[in-house]
Design a protein. Sequence first.
Length: 118
Amino acid sequence: QVQLVESGGGLVQPGGSLRLSCAASGIIFSRATMGWYRQAPGKQRELIASITSGVTTNYAGRFTISRDNVKNTVYLQMNNLKSEDTAVYFCNAKGSTTWANYRINDYWGQGTQVTVSS
């Protein structure tokens, strides 16, 4: 059973920073493509950044996605946050649960709320 557990969300003032974490289990993490998405009220879920196996850090403007294949954790560092960044942030994994029957499936975390407000 694949579990993706996000943490680190909360309330932050405009211009502030937050780091989200997503701890993964039940998946071959080192081979998985990991991603962060967000969904604001009334809007579609959108991709913020993703990171493939073999890459440790990717930059996407004010956001940086990174991964630790020892801790099976992916991070999203968010800097200079704006009110429009307010959303539920979701961790996504595209990978296999076994080597023997290797098949790429899509998995989602439960989401963590980020609110940017003064």
